[in-house]
Ligand binder design. Structure first.
Ligand code: PMV
Length: 321
């Protein structure tokens, strides 16, 4: 048996960093996907082929610890191990991963690959796991590999659409929106999420409540903006993006290039702008009316960014063939 599945990348719209500590966030699935083909084989070997992350015909040893596995194979191997422990399977497997986007831009390639692999194994075994079950196994995989993380990226890859995510996955709501006039500007810098998250965590333990207060302010924004997004009140959504960005700056996770791209998009007439994800590098996001879109995109490019065209709010993990 052979099956191909895919899962989408994501962009965090509101709630960056605070979401790690069970606060809510809003994120959207984008039309850049990771494709996984799993073939059952007669031997007991698990072979991974993911040339885009420098893994070629690599034999996975499920007994190996994360640290002993090459970076590009870690999520796949741990997802496989977790799946086997929970649901079992007997055959050997050949897993091929094809990426519809670079692992360097912060669109969540590892989480999309993790979700696509679990979806493929679930279909091969005819388990038809629900989005929630795929999410739970995927989130466990992320924690086993990285040790930190909110799980919103796994939820977005599994569920798709634009979701409200809270309490590390206890609450996952599809907002059911139709439209989101988003523009994405890439800084050209790769952010190391785990390092930045740990840096923020170390500041939480400095004897003041400063970080917690900032997280609570972000939560107020997320709760307010949910309704505004549903009602397509982009002006007000933009204002809250600026406010969320201001708090992220106070958390010291913004950077000169992110500030520059945000400012350029605003000068060119966007509704508001903020970093998306861990900060320091990766991407900024901004909202603009159709009339202003081209202006805003040019502004981002002139400020040194790269505009990445994306469609938001797309379908979650699915079977391709
Ligand atoms: O999308 P990532 O995995 O780069 O994470 C960025 C968002 C953070 O809130 C900073 C971390 C997380 O796990 O939610």
């Amino acid at each position: 048996m052979k099956i191909t599945t895919s899962a989408p990348g994501k962009l965090l719209l509101f709630g960056d960093h605070s979401v790690v500590y069970a606060h809510p966030c809003i994120s959207t699935a984008i039309d850049r996907r990771i494709y996984v083909t799993v073939t059952e084989t007669d031997d007991q070997r698990y072979v991974l082929h993911a040339p885009e992350v420098e893994i070629e015909e690599y034999e996975l040893d499920l007994l190996k610890d994360v640290e002993a596995i090459p970076k590009g194979a870690q999520y796949c191997q741990i997802a496989l191990r977790n799946f086997k422990e929970k649901y079992g399977f007997d055959s050997g497997l050949r897993i091929e991963v094809k990426a519809g986007f670079s692992s360097k831009i912060g669109f969540g390639s590892s989480s999309a690959a993790t979700v696509a692999i679990i979806k493929a194994l679930s279909q091969l075994k005819q388990l038809n796991l629900t989005q929630q079950e795929i999410f739970e196994l995927g989130y466990k995989t992320v924690l086993d590999v990285k040790g930190v993380g909110s799980g919103y990226d796994i939820a977005t890859a599994a569920y798709g659409g634009t979701i409200y995510y809270e309490k590390n996955g206890e609450i996952i709501e599809d907002l059911g929106i139709k439209n989101l006039p988003l523009i994405v500007g890439y800084t050209g810098i790769k952010a190391d999420t785990a390092d930045i998250v740990k840096e923020v965590r170390s500041r939480m333990n400095n004897g003041t409540n400063e970080v917690e207060t900032l997280f609570n302010e972000i939560t107020d924004i997320v709760k307010e903006v949910k309704e505004l997004i549903l009602n397509e009140e982009w002006n007000k959504v933009g204002e809250l993006m600026d406010k969320n960005q201001e708090i992220l700056s106070q958390l010291q996770v913004s950077s000169e290039i992110l500030d520059k791209l945000n400012a350029a998009s605003k000068e060119a007439g966007s509704f508001g702008a903020k970093l998306s994800g861990a900060g320091i590098g990766d991407c900024m996001i901004t909202l603009a009316s159709e009339v202003k879109r081209l202006n805003v995109e040019n502004g981002i490019v002139q400020a040194g960014g790269k505009v990445i065209p994306v469609r938001t709010n797309v379908e979650g993990a699915r079977v391709e063939k």
